[in-house]
Design a binder for this molecule. Structure first.
Ligand code: XUL
Ligand code: CO
Length: 450
């Protein structure tokens, strides 16, 4: 492929060598084996087409400032511009060494006057994407259907009070699943940006949720019909753009899946979405792992002081360590998941090089998190804390309770005459300040040695 970005393949230079601000990896060494698996196979990095190639870094108060190598090029029509952008995207991902990408139907191709015309535009771009996937070996982690940008979705898509919208979105969705099958998507994501309420006074919540479940059933039926076996994923977010989104957080989405018997779903968890629901990223991953429902990860972070979706590139080592610790505990990011950078550089990082720098920072931060987590697992640091903390449950009595052999009365009999003062005990896992300080040391020591 032509060197469209004018940048060489990003090398790994290690911790000591190379300028810290240079276009180089300091921790991410794709083929290095960590805890029995190559780094690249633990992390499975993906680039988000919408942010990395479509976002202009505009905000509520200012125009787009992003400088991209396709700016200023003149194409005969929007379709040609869309086709050209595909080559830039694949050159970018090759240089970065990201083996996966993700996209929405509506950010790769322009809309036409009818759904048929839009599908035709889409087909042309998908041909090009397929060609570039073959040429570079880059794979599709997931694609999705944009059912939130267009004005027709103001009142929701599958949960719209208007049946015309439900009908329309069926057509759009069918096409998107067909594309997933064609490109061999490993997963398929549903993010219900406008599925929720602005006010419950005008909203029949139960009826809307029934429609959403019916929608998912139809999607799964169609996938089965065409032989698409990619993992279906729900991506929770509490709000924005909607006041209250139905998939509030992992626990809410799990309840929805269970309530409607939609067992074919797993969860795609995004860091900033977790924060908006007042969870850390690691807490949300824990909830999904414990339920056996981790699917994939949208890697980004919020800002502690800002209450909306910032989509920052993930550089917080506590987050990346916690997330990778959970991933290592689970064995992988779900059966086919990866780390998709659903993130945008800050507005001050507007140059084309900055787009590389931002991804490198994110990839290095996750590689570092993996190394720290691997060391913690190797030492059984957290496992031992848990063992120590719950040791009283490893007794005969603990087993008896856990296997449903005790009653309130049988337990009461044992404690009636115990002195009350003996019931206050703590162990080393409860010295939380020391636990956190040890994690600090793990981060500092592991990174120094690598
Ligand atoms: C929005 C968001 C989406 C989904 C895919 O906050 O995260 O980009 O990841 O639609
Ligand atoms: Co996302």
């Amino acid at each position: 492929m032509a060197n469209l970005w004018g940048i060489d393949k990003i090398p790994f230079v290690g911790n000591e060598k190379g300028p810290k601000e240079g276009l180089a990896f300091h921790y991410y060494e794709p083929d290095r084996v960590v805890a029995g698996k190559k780094m690249k196979d633990w992390l499975r990095f993906a680039v988000a087409y919408w942010h990395s190639f479509c976002n202009r870094l505009d905000d509520n108060f200012g125009d787009g400032v992003a400088q991209r190598p396709y700016d200023g090029k003149h194409y005969a029509n929007p379709e040609d511009a869309a086709l050209a952008k595909v080559d830039y995207a694949f050159d970018f991902m090759s240089k970065l060494g990201a083996e996966y990408f993700c996209f929405h139907d509506r950010n790769v191709a322009p809309q036409g006057d009818t759904l048929r015309e839009t599908d035709k535009n889409l087909d042309k771009v998908i041909d090009k994407i397929e060609e570039d996937m073959k040429a570079t070996g880059i794979k599709l982690l997931w694609n999705t259907c944009d059912t939130f940008t267009d004005g027709r979705f103001v009142r929701g898509a599958s949960t719209s009070p208007s049946i015309d919208i439900f009908e329309y979105v069926a057509g759009q969705q069918r096409k998107s699943l067909e594309i997933a099958k064609r490109l061999g998507a490993e997963n398929y994501v549903f993010w219900g940006g406008r599925e929720g309420w602005e006010s419950i006074w005008n909203t029949d919540v139960k009826r809307e949720q029934d429609h959403m479940a019916e929608w998912f059933r139809m999607c799964h039926e169609y996938a089965k019909e065409i032989g698409f076996t990619g993992q279906f994923l729900i991506e929770p977010k509490p709000q924005e753009p909607t006041t209250h989104q139905y998939d509030w957080d992992v626990a809410t989405a799990l309840n929805f899946i269970q309530r409607y018997g939609l067992d074919f779903f797993r969860i795609n968890i995004e860091g900033n979405h977790a924060n908006l629901a007042h969870h850390s990223y690691g807490e949300e991953v824990r909830t999904a792992v414990d339920a056996g429902k981790l699917g994939s990860l949208d890697a980004n972070q919020g800002n502690k002081f800002v209450g909306w979706d910032m989509d920052e590139f993930p550089v917080d080592l506590y987050d990346t360590t916690q997330v990778m610790w959970e991933v290592m505990r689970a064995g992988s990011i779900g059966p086919h998941g990866g780390l998709n950078f659903d993130a945008k550089p800050r507005r001050t990082s507007f140059t084309a090089e900055d787009l590389f720098r931002a991804h490198i920072a994110g990839m290095d931060s996750y590689a570092a998190g993996l190394l720290v987590a691997a060391k913690m697992h190797e030492d059984h640091f957290i496992e031992d804390l848990w063992k120590d903390r719950y040791q009283s449950w490893d007794s005969e009595l603990g087993k008896s309770i856990e296997s449903h052999h005790e009653t309130l009365q049988s337990l009461e009999k044992r404690v009636l005459d115990e002195p009350e003062s003996e019931l206050m005990a703590s162990n080393k896992s409860d010295h939380l300040e020391s636990v956190m300080a040890t994690i600090n040391n793990y981060i500092a020591d592991t990174l120094k040695q690598n």
